[in-house]
Write a protein that binds this ligand. Structure first.
Ligand SMILES: Cc1cc2nc3c(=O)[nH]c(=O)nc-3n(C[C@H](O)[C@H](O)[C@H](O)COP(=O)(O)O)c2cc1C
Length: 377
């Protein structure tokens, strides 16, 4: 399992692992893949601590950092500093929406924080103003060789700045149209994420999307995202012309992940039909486990989710509660995960996942080779 992109990035396998957990980044790199740390939840100071830790533990292996600059978000045209933008957005959150969100938590016996506590009304790295300082931090770390962006084409000056520092830029997309915009802007690696993927996603399924994006942007390399949880699925992704896979859900189910046992248990119990694309946590369609929180925001009579990043200013307290009160918040927790959740039966070591994927890939491609040999015999 090796593609030209492996040589360009100095990795053994074209397995890219998106995670919010530094331990997983290191474990993936040590097993021959490429770990990418999601920066959205970290302040620049916190990110610096995470990256220093990774640098100390990863040896001479490369890794990536993922930021979120959406193509469209509330307040994007205001041209404000992060602090000014936070204040402006805070004033835009309707009290009714905030009360409704608090009510969902208290109805489920989850202690409800007051304004300002536990991430309530905080602006995370969901905007250019908050993501730019994260990029500056990442560029101070020589082992960071890739910056990826979710939800839009990174601004032209940011792409130039990252390129000038000798790094590659990647960006996620859910359509050939978005892929073309990325490629035209000079993005080096396009990540085509099918609608079954965990986190923010479009509507088109992976097996339809991947070859369309490959065709659209060739010869720019494409990574296949959405629904990767086995080596057979990697074989399918490479057969469709991609140069590797980019996965997220699987890394929630490894021993090195910080996810709570309650969350991991929920993922093991869930089938592929138990996820939903919901705007109820971030304001943009995001795939997660369906639960009482996601259902409440669907009801006709209830307030509708706000746009990004306003909705997370409201839901941030529920996310914080997931970590603080895992047992109480099980029915209202933010559990982003893809349809591949239906394949998960246990928590594994990261190195065991990568070894399993390589073996399954070899078995799958071996089966195809035998079919071809038999056909030609
Ligand atoms: C828990 C979770 C959080 C995610 N957060 C982000 C994010 O902050 N930035 C991003 O680019 N992608 C994010 N994603 C999407 C992943 O990068 C990846 O594209 C997706 O998980 C692939 O589909 P899969 O879940 O079927 O592997 C997230 C996915 C999950 C499961």
């Amino acid at each position: 399992m090796h593609t030209p992109l492996c040589d360009q990035l100095g990795i053994e396998f074209p397995i890219f692992a998106f995670t919010h957990c530094r331990d997983v980044v290191v474990a993936v790199a040590k097993a021959g893949g490429f770990g990418v740390l999601g920066a959205v939840g970290f302040t620049p100071e916190e990110l610096e601590i995470e990256l220093n830790w990774i640098d100390e533990h990863i040896g001479d292996r490369p890794y990536g950092v993922d930021i979120v600059i959406p193509g469209k978000y509330e307040g994007m045209d205001a041209n404000l500093s992060a602090d000014e933008l936070t204040k402006m957005l805070q004033s835009m959150v309707p009290q009714e929406t905030l009360e409704f969100a608090r009510g969902i938590l208290s109805d489920h016996g989850v202690p409800v924080p007051k304004d300002g506590d536990d991430n309530a009304l905080q602006l995370l790295g969901w905007t250019e103003a908050t993501a730019t300082p994260q990029v500056e931090v990442a560029l101070q770390h020589p082992k960071v060789t890739l910056i990826a962006n979710a939800l839009g084409t990174p601004p032209a000056d940011m792409i130039a700045h990252i390129h000038d520092s000798g790094r590659k830029v990647a960006a996620l997309c859910g359509s050939p149209y978005q892929a073309r915009k990325h490629a035209d802007a000079g993005v080096d690696i396009i990540i085509a994420q099918g609608g079954e993927g965990g986190g923010h996603c479009g509507e088109v399924g992976s097996i339809v999307l991947w070859p369309q994006v490959v065709k659209e942007v060739a010869p720019v390399p494409v990574l296949a995202a959405g629904g990767i949880g086995s080596g057979e699925q990697i074989a399918a992704a490479l057969a469709l012309g991609t140069q590797g896979v980019w996965s997220g859900s699987q890394w929630l189910m490894v021993e090195e992940a910080e996810n709570t046992a309650v969350q991991q248990d929920a993922y093991i119990k869930a089938g592929s039909r138990d996820t939903v694309r919901s705007r109820s946590f971030t304001g943009k369609p995001c795939r997660m486990l369906r639960n009482d929180w996601t259902e409440a925001w669907e009801q006709e009579e209830n307030p509708k989710p706000l746009g990004m990043p306003l909705q997370y200013m409201v839901s941030g307290m529920a996310v914080a509660a997931t970590h603080k009160y895992p047992d109480e918040s099980v029915d209202v927790a933010f559990n982003p995960v893809g349809q591949v959740v239906g394949q998960f039966t246990k928590v594994e070591k990261t190195s065991a996942v990568i070894e399993r994927w390589v073996q399954e890939y070899l078995d799958a491609t071996g089966t195809l080779e035998r079919l071809n040999e038999a056909a030609n015999a």
